[in-house]
Write a protein that binds this ligand. Sequence first.
Ligand code: PEP
Length: 251
Amino acid sequence: MKSFLIAGNWKMNMLREATRNLIDGINTGLEGLNLDNVQILICPTFTSLGLAQKLTNNSPLSLGAQNMHFEEKGAYTGEISPKMLIDSGCEYVILGHSERRQYFGEDNELLTKKIASAFVNNLIPVFCIGETLQERENNVTFKVLEYQLSLLSDFTTDELKTLVIAYEPIWAIGTGLTASEEQIYEVHSWIANYLQNKFGVTIKILYGGSLNEKNAKEILSTEFVSGGLIGGASLDAEKFLSIIQTAISIK
Ligand code: PEP
């Protein structure tokens, strides 16, 4: 049976009231569903984590953050540490999202420290990789992905077994464009082979990039796709639940 991780990246959206409504809506929709093959993760903003922790206490929803600093505490004004995420009920943390790479200059050196810190603190990193449109058109997609994945050689096999990869072609994020089934299969199978050959691990590889309730069946059914990292459609309980129900239906 295929098993899936369906993860919502809320980005910089949702005040506390909207957070309550969305989580209540998801919790209600999950009642009575058989989630044997589906894990669900939501990644709200930092200011909603405390509330989200309370609302997910007795629900199948796992909680994650969208970023963190690599240090556990100290003089880093404005930053949030892994210990603070754990204290707020997080099990996961998204690291290396293309928006953080693009707008906040996150690179392999910084991401190595962040992933190391996540492992030490027992947080599961959802490590995002992906190419720009220009890189795809210049036929350097696999070169770019190989470089982004190369930092994983700093970690042990046991650590890597807990990691989740999210392949997110940057040109498909928030644009309404999705990669075709062939493109997704080509990249996911390449990543799976790379991870197996280089590190001897088989781990979850999520697809992200305008995944929604309409294209979920085709994308999630694709071989080597073990879930989705979903931005826009995760902000709407009905759409997010529909994607979860699609995952449940794929055996
Ligand atoms: C994302 O933010 O990781 C993402 C995939 O966004 P969207 O689903 O809106 O393209």
